[in-house]
Write a protein that binds this ligand. Structure first.
Ligand code: NAD
Ligand code: UGA
Length: 452
């Protein structure tokens, strides 16, 4: 029996669900796409002029489709769409578990399981249920069990269709993905989803696998990417000790076609909602299957990242401690071109500096300051202010920490800024984007990652 997808529902209107469904609606005008979420405020934002997710190009895509074949509804109003759906994407969060078996490492599947129960109770006819969230390998077993136990006169196919978009480039990644991965059991269900993507993606880039390879490939892909960042960061510290230059080393490595040039940018450490939790999930899975050496191998990728964050923060603290203890922090997002600050290096570094009693002035172009402030716990002697511009943040600073690679931080007028700073200001550039020559000429000491 050939399956066709005309009506899609996505549960979860977050950084993945919103942009992914917007692009599907944009590229497939004949498909009705409804995104539902249990958080009514998030849905209201998707229906407003200020979307809850900042992504270059997203506003235009949403404007073209919203109200036409793209709909954002609170969960309680989404039932008719759910009953009419041929395919339901689950794109809810799968954070690290905080309590119970595997706490601190394993993925918390309770949100996914709640979706599976909701689908089992409310879907009608035959439905293709698609894992879009990142899952531990064999998670589809649990979803299948819930669907089979709770289903009434309904039947289901389960597919794993992990998402590979990166924030800041999500629309480009969705419109022209390197590959689309569809794992499943029945070829008819895989074909039905492949036909949706084939409306704009080169069919040759659609990879079909079994369920377990798809689930594991997603975790492995993030682990490999995180491992590259940790590898170049490990080299960066050796560069500083030996007068090698990490950008030069990265260029040499990247020009080897077997290694390739991407993901070799030394930094203050990777952040974001996924690398840490997905590598932890992989560590947990290895331990669960008794594979201690692989577990230790992946854990080292995370340990290296923590070490890198700590050493950059400590260097800025050491310098500012000799003066008025004022530190400007430029960049709170975990990378440029996003308002997302989940697991950003800035949270750990700021908390460490606040606990040690430093006075911080923070700046970012997109991060919501009130939401960021809720991640911080201030020490008794510390103080914290959010600045409207990098210039305002830098005023009076002894140390300037650059933690996000916003392009504008690379164009700051250091000569003009020098007079507004403390007596011997130093810049700690966690992204190697500061115009070092200009800053040094203006009288700043500049510390870069991986450079003497
Ligand atoms: P998110 O936190 O931004 O969004 C998840 C949404 O799901 C929230 O709005 C939440 O209210 C909603 N939700 C949770 N439980 C629900 C339920 N039972 N019913 C209805 N709504 C519910 O998360 P995200 O960043 O979009 O990530 C979602 C998944 O995609 C995760 O598994 C993540 O690992 C994966 N992923 C994320 C990215 C990324 O760039 N953020 C990229 C690839 C994969
Ligand atoms: C990452 C992956 O790139 C996506 O393929 C994946 O879909 C996503 O995780 C996910 O599963 O959530 P994302 O976290 O949005 O995407 O952004 P990345 O571009 O991967 O950057 C992650 C972190 O690594 C950022 O803090 C970034 O600044 C840092 N990074 C990246 C470096 O420090 N150096 C680099 O060379 C590259």
């Amino acid at each position: 029996m050939k399956l066709a997808i005309q009506n899609i529902v996505c549960i979860g209107a977050g950084y993945v669900g919103g942009p992914t469904m917007a692009v599907i609606a944009d590229r497939c005008p004949s498909i009705q796409v409804t995104v539902i979420d249990r958080d009514p405020a998030r849905i209201a934002a998707w229906n407003s002029a200020t979307l809850p997710v900042f992504e270059p190009g997203l506003d235009a895509v949403v404007q073209r489709c919203r109200g036409r074949n793209l709909h954002f509804l609170p969960q309680d109003q989404g039932l008719p769409a759910l009953q009419a759906a041929d395919a339901i994407f689950i794109a809810v969060n799968t954070p690290t578990k905080l309590v119970g078996d595997g706490a601190g490492k394993a993925s918390d599947l309770s949100f996914v399981e709640a979706c599976a129960r909701y689908i089992a109770e409310n879907a009608a006819g035959h439905t293709i249920v698609i894992e879009k969230s990142t899952m531990p390998v064999r998670a589809a077993d649990a979803i299948k069990r819930i669907l089979q136990t709770n289903a009434r006169e309904t039947s289901f196919d389960i597919l794993s269709n992990p998402e590979f978009l990166a924030e800041g480039t999500a629309i480009r990644d969705l419109e022209k993905p390197d590959r689309v991965l569809i794992g499943g059991e029945r070829p008819e269900a895989i074909d039905a989803l492949a036909e949706v993507y084939a409306q704009w993606v080169d069919p040759g880039t659609i990879i079909r696998t079994n369920l377990w390879s798809a689930e594991l490939s997603k975790l492995a892909a993030n682990a490999f990417l995180a491992q590259r960042v940790s590898s170049i960061n490990a080299i960066s510290s050796l560069c500083e000790a030996t007068e090698a230059d990490v950008d030069q080393v990265a260029k040499v490595l990247g020009s080897d076609s077997r290694i390739g040039p991407k993901f070799l940018k030394a930094s203050v450490g990777f952040g974001g909602s996924c690398f840490k939790k997905d590598v932890l999930s992989l560590v947990y899975l290895c331990e669960f299957y008794g594979l201690d050496a692989p577990a230790a191998y992946w854990q080292a990728v995370l340990d290296m990242n923590e070490w890198q964050k700590r050493r950059v923060g400590l260097a800025a603290a050491k310098h500012a401690a000799a003066y008025a203890r004022r530190i400007a922090v430029l960049g709170l997002a975990f990378k440029k071109d996003t308002n997302d600050f989940r697991e950003t290096a800035a949270i750990d570094i700021c908390n460490h500096l606040l606990a040690a009693g430093f006075h911080l002035s923070l700046h970012d172009y997109r991060v919501d300051s009130a939401a960021f402030a809720r991640q911080l716990s201030s020490g008794p002697d510390a103080s914290l202010a959010f600045a409207r511009s990098p210039e305002e943040a830098i005023r009076g600073a002894d140390s300037v920490l650059v933690l996000t690679e916003w392009d504008a931080y690379g164009q700051l007028d250091w000569a003009a800024l020098r007079a507004t700073c403390g007596q011997a200001p130093a810049i700690f550039d966690g992204r190697n984007i500061v115009n070092r020559l200009a800053a040094e000429k203006a009288g700043f000491t500049v510390h870069c990652i991986g450079k003497a």
